[in-house]
Design a binder for this molecule. Structure first.
Ligand code: S3P
Length: 440
């Protein structure tokens, strides 16, 4: 049986909400907690299918993990060399982060592992991680560069200096995790800043890292000491609500405890460049990560040329930003974002199709999109039916389009929304979106 969203036109977001925990940080809390010495306690953990895939994988690797219960997780760390072979393949579900980071972490183990994923993950490129790991001495087999991935044991890994051809936090993180098991130093150089949760969290577990401009270096063999981790609300999940409020004149919404790591806040910068009234209140630091409450008031968006430097800092938020662009006055142009084509879906093609289905002029380009915003206070989107291609963020972005639609929007096969945002429909309804879920 499939599940659909049905969004009735109209409504206006208001009130105060807190979205679930950060997905990137939740994955990393399990991985680092597992190979640390002692018990790691996590609060605010994302109880979504992606992070649960990571949790189950580490249970299969012999780690005792309690929870999750109301966002609390306890991890009995087994130390750097305490993992043991899983009885079968490790299922990463829809989670690219789980698969790519585990490739790095498992490359240095003394046993074999096999990583598998769902239909969407099985189409995603893995050579970007397998190739540099091979340079370190790892033995990794893929199916023509895609999952399943088989990781064979090798006697030693060696540290390397690697200049990443794409700005990818997953590649950087995988190499740093492999670097913990390597002889000598591992250095990763990024072509543009990408999220640095791995580096921050490794620091919190007592690992020494050296940052020098675009390069980060760690020495192999360092032991991790258990830590306490408070996971902030995910700015990528907040993004749907930031956009939902920004596109409705008269809306006012407060989002609490949102992670504001500067490598993740491109969505805030882009919305502000578009003219959004968006204020960060109460800035504070929680467990090495900056956090704030975000207040957004609707109306007055205009189209912009998105600065390419902001692309890696907003990489997961473009589906939502495209909905904002459709509601803005004038044209929005995105370039330098070819990475969007290899996310959970080809987000350029799938969003362009969906926007056109709803009557918006959207022209995909090889590395971006051009969207003709309709602006004003009138309805922007026609009603229609949207296919999400196994991509959670496509579903939630088009749900917000309902706020400015002339007719109902039906979004098909939305079960995958639970990967990052369990309870999305209920929370959105409480904030004023006329959304309901329907089993078909
Ligand atoms: C992530 C990195 C990004 C992002 C993904 C999560 C991470 O992917 O799109 O959702 O947690 O490291 P890339 O490394 O492929 O850019």
């Amino acid at each position: 049986m499939s599940r659909n969203f049905l969004v009735a036109p109209g409504g206006r977001l208001h009130g105060t909400i807190r979205v679930p925990g950060d997905k990137s940080i939740s994955h990393r809390s399990i991985m680092l907690g597992a190979i640390a010495e002692g018990r790691t306690e996590v609060t605010g953990f994302l109880e979504g299918a992606d992070a649960l895939s990571t949790m189950n994988a580490f249970r299969a690797l012999g780690v005792s993990i309690d929870g999750p219960a109301a966002g609390r997780v306890g991890i009995g760390g087994v130390g750097l060399h305490g993992l043991r072979a899983a009885p079968g393949p490790l299922d990463c579900g829809n989670a690219g982060t789980a698969m790519r980071l585990m490739m790095g972490l498992l490359a240095g183990q003394r046993f074999e592992s096999v990583l598998i994923g769902d239909e969407s993950l099985s189409k995603r490129p893995m050579r970007r991680v397998a190739d540099p790991l091979a340079l370190m001495g790892a033995r990794i087999e893929t199916q023509d560069g895609r999952p399943p991935v088989r990781i064979l044991p090798v006697p030693t890994l060696n540290g390397i200096r690697y200049e990443m051809p794409v700005a990818s936090a997953q590649v950087k993180s995988a190499l740093l995790l492999a670097g913990l098991y390597a002889q000598g130093e591992t250095t990763v150089v990024e072509p543009a800043p990408t999220r640095d949760h791995t580096e921050r969290m490794l620091g919190g577990f007592g690992v020494e890292l050296e940052r020098d401009g675009a390069a980060v270096t760690l020495r192999g063999g360092q032991r991790l000491q258990a830590a306490t981790i408070d996971v902030p609300a995910d700015i990528s999940s907040a993004a749907f609500f930031l956009v939902g409020a920004a596109i409705c004149p008269g809306a006012e919404l407060r989002l609490e405890h949102v992670g504001m790591n500067p490598t993740r806040t491109g969505v805030v910068d882009i919305l502000r460049l578009m003219g959004a009234d968006l204020v960060a209140e109460n800035p504070r630091e929680v467990g090495g990560e900056p956090v704030a409450d975000l207040v957004v008031r609707g109306g007055g968006l205009r189209g912009i040329e998105i600065p390419p430097a902001l692309v890696p800092l907003a990489i997961d938020e473009f589906p939502a930003l495209f909905v904002a662009a459709a509601c803005a006055e004038g044209r929005t142009v995105l370039t330098g974002a070819e990475e969007l084509r290899v996310k959970e879906s080809d987000r350029i093609a799938v969003m362009a199709d969906g926007l056109r289905t709803l009557g918006v002029r959207a022209e995909p380009t090889p590395d971006g999109i051009v969207i003709e915003g309709r602006g004003g206070d009138a309805k922007v989107f026609d009603g229609g039916e949207i296919a999400i291609h196994h991509d959670h963020r496509i579903a939630m972005s088009f749900a917000m389009a309902g706020l400015r639609a002339a007719g109902p929007i039906a979004i098909r096969d939305i079960a995958v929304v639970d990967t990052s945002f369990p309870g999305f429909a209920a929370l959105a309804r409480s904030a004023g979106l006329a959304i309901r879920e329907q089993a078909a």
